[in-house]
Design a protein around this ligand. Structure first.
Ligand SMILES: CC(C)(COP(=O)(O)OP(=O)(O)OC[C@H]1O[C@@H](n2cnc3c(N)ncnc32)[C@H](O)[C@@H]1OP(=O)(O)O)[C@@H](O)C(=O)NCCC(=O)NCCS
Length: 291
């Protein structure tokens, strides 16, 4: 008896990502070692649009999603092809369909090392490195710098209060996404002289909690806005994605959130990042897929 068999290749069909069973998407991301839970996929499907690559009997071999922020910008995420089908053109095919759906919008994403070559060949330019800090939060947080202002909790029904600050820091109005993220999140704001100067969110994701977005005007404010959540998570798994290398990153390291991976923020159609010195900026990302 022959000990090998050559299987016929099969056709993949692009389907709306909402038309496939979430458990198949969950299996796809688990298959490449990503931490998304069933619930995280449900959230992503509410927040954005996308494509699933499906074979003739309904199995899912790929995904790509995009998250519109008005008519000007979209962020791209959860671009995955199952290991069995990688390096055969599926990733490129998925991305070309995302381009078609995104129209004239500028595009931004956070690229893994595996995807870097693909995105460069599709016209993306690298802008910055993102450090994924994660781990079980230290039993005691490091000493914090003096707090300049007052921290308070923001009830989710008052979420519109942070829209202007977030838009300034992110560079584009992403109120719809922020509203969705706020459901079930704990939100903290920092006020100085009566004005809102920073905010942070903490929500369940993957293996534990994500602290992000963190919007602040300086490292000291950002540290307090992250610490206010991390102090309630001691001993539990938490993650903060940041482009910072200075005191904020040092604080995360001291809180035992070490760098597990780096990804590269890339854009196409125009620059994405718009950091201005001493102005509110993104210290913590909303999420890898959300930028
Ligand atoms: C990144 C990923 C989506 C690429 O999908 P794919 O189906 O392999 O993509 P393609 O077959 O269209 O390949 C695109 C290019 O990337 C190259 N490539 C694919 N996998 C690669 C790898 N692991 N390392 C280096 N290059 C790779 C291919 O050779 C190809 O280059 P070419 O067109 O010059 O020959 C897939 O590897 C994957 O799902 N990885 C795990 C999850 C991940 O990192 N997703 C990216 C999120 S930003």
């Amino acid at each position: 008896m022959q000990k090998s068999v050559r299987l016929k290749s099969f056709e993949l069909i692009a389907q709306d990502i909402n038309s496939v069973d979430v458990s198949l998407l969950h299996a796809l991301s688990t298959g490449v070692g990503w931490p998304h839970r069933f619930k995280d996929w449900e959230f992503l499907r509410r927040a954005g649009s996308g494509i699933a690559a499906v074979d003739g009997i309904g199995r899912v071999f790929g995904s790509a999603m995009w998250f519109p922020h008005g008519d000007d910008l979209a962020t791209i995420g959860v671009v995955i092809t199952s290991p069995r089908t990688q390096a055969q053109g599926t990733g490129r095919w998925l991305m070309q369909q995302v381009f078609e759906q995104c129209g004239e919008r500028r595009l931004a994403l956070n690229s893994t090392i595996a995807a870097h070559k693909l995105y460069v060949s599709l016209g993306f330019t690298a802008e910055a490195t993102v450090y994924q800090h994660q781990g079980d939060v230290a039993a005691a947080l490091p000493a914090l710098p003096p707090l300049d202002g007052e921290l308070s909790e923001l009830p989710p029904d008052k979420i519109e209060g942070i829209f202007a600050l977030d838009t300034f820091a992110f560079g584009t109005d992403r109120s719809r996404l922020i509203t969705l993220l706020s459901e079930g999140a704990s939100i903290c704001v920092l006020r100085r002289d009566g004005a809102m100067v920073g905010y942070s969110m903490c929500r369940e994701f993957g293996r534990g909690h994500v602290v992000g977005p963190v919007i602040a005007s300086n490292d000291r404010d950002a540290i307090h806005l992250a610490a206010v959540h991390l102090k309630d998570l001691t001993g539990q798994f938490a993650r903060v994605d940041t482009r910072e290398k200075g005191p904020f990153a040092h604080f995360l390291q001291q809180s035992r959130l070490t760098i597990s991976e780096t990804v590269t923020t890339m854009s196409k159609g125009g620059p994405f990042l718009n950091r201005k010195a001493n102005e509110p900026a993104v210290y913590g990302l909303a999420g890898h897929a959300l930028s």
